[in-house]
Design a protein around this ligand. Structure first.
Ligand code: G3H
Ligand code: ZN
Length: 284
């Protein structure tokens, strides 16, 4: 059934665990995430990013409606989240499109501008009954940009600054920059677990990990043990899907029916989802 992101994250945090949140681009992604979550009987978040909306020619409803329909029929609780929103027009479509939550992405801006924009987005979101996540520090790696220099000022989330940011913006959850980078196709990143510990001791909102595809299993379990309550995963699904399709087409060079290779891609994604949820220990 359809669930609310805030409730899934709160339940995970109360159990000192994390809920997995997967980015979806196609109908196959949606079906695979739900199939994988059902396989391990765990709640899950389906997230649609602003970039995925751009890929769908700027339209949010095709994915949002497909995700809502699939969520309603799912055997596990499924929440819908609008991810990495920079565009105010898109933000304002969130509630109407059926999302219970949104991530507002202004982390590229200087602190005061990030705070002002996030505060305005939070006021609006709360008036709509939406749960809102924001980012402080630079996780980076989106849209082909180079990962930030971890030693550059502001690249990592500072605990004191984060506490002020959460209090002054009113956000419900915070995405933290602790060593992960978006869009990694190798699982070679390492987290600053000391910083994560200080952040979770300082902040009273759930912490969100982005760029989780780049992390090996032990870093993922370490992140959850360190206080991460929502784990965002995108690229890992695309790696699974594309690898399976590539393999299928190499083995079947005359294949023409799109269902054959899309089916292989969907199966591979469902397997990856089930595996990652198990690694996170996000099975209740
Ligand atoms: O918000 C989305 C996630 O941070 C996904 O990152 O594609 O590197 O796993 P990823
Ligand atoms: Zn992200």
């Amino acid at each position: 059934p359809l669930a609310a992101t805030g409730e899934l994250v709160a339940a995970a945090a109360a159990a000192r665990g994390a809920v997995a949140a997967f980015n979806v681009i196609t109908l196959e992604h949606i079906e695979a995430v739900i199939a994988g979550a059902e396989r391990v009987d765990a709640p899950v978040v389906l997230q649609v990013s602003e970039n995925a909306v751009k890929f769908r020619h700027g339209r949010v409803l095709p994915l949002a409606r497909a995700a809502a329909e699939a969520a309603e029929r799912a055997a596990v609780p499924v929440a819908l989240h609008l991810d990495h929103v920079r565009d105010d027009d898109l933000l304002r479509q969130a509630a109407r499109a059926g999302f219970s939550s949104v991530m507002y992405d202004a982390a590229r801006l200087p602190y005061q501008e990030n705070l002002a924009a996030t505060r305005a987005a939070t006021d609006w979101a709360h008036a709509q009954g939406l749960w809102i996540e924001a980012e402080l520090g630079r996780i980076g790696g989106k849209n082909g940009e180079a990962p930030p220099d971890p030693h550059a000022p502001g690249a990592r989330t500072d605990p004191g600054e984060a506490a002020a940011f959460v209090a002054d913006s009113g956000v419900d959850a915070l995405a933290v920059a602790i060593g992960s980078t978006h869009a990694m196709t190798t699982r070679t990143a390492a987290l600053d677990h000391g910083l994560l510990k200080r952040l979770s001791a300082t902040l009273d909102v759930p912490l969100v990990l982005h760029g989780s595809s780049g992390l090996p299993d032990e870093e993922l379990t370490g992140a959850v043990a360190g206080g991460i309550a929502k784990v965002n995963i995108g690229t890992a699904l695309n790696v699974a899907m594309t690898g399976a399709i590539r393999e299928f087409l190499a083995a079947h060079p005359t294949a023409a029916d799109a269902r054959t290779y899309l089916g292989a891609g969907r199966d591979a994604m469902a397997g990856a989802v089930a595996r990652l949820i198990r690694v996170l220990g996000a099975v209740p």
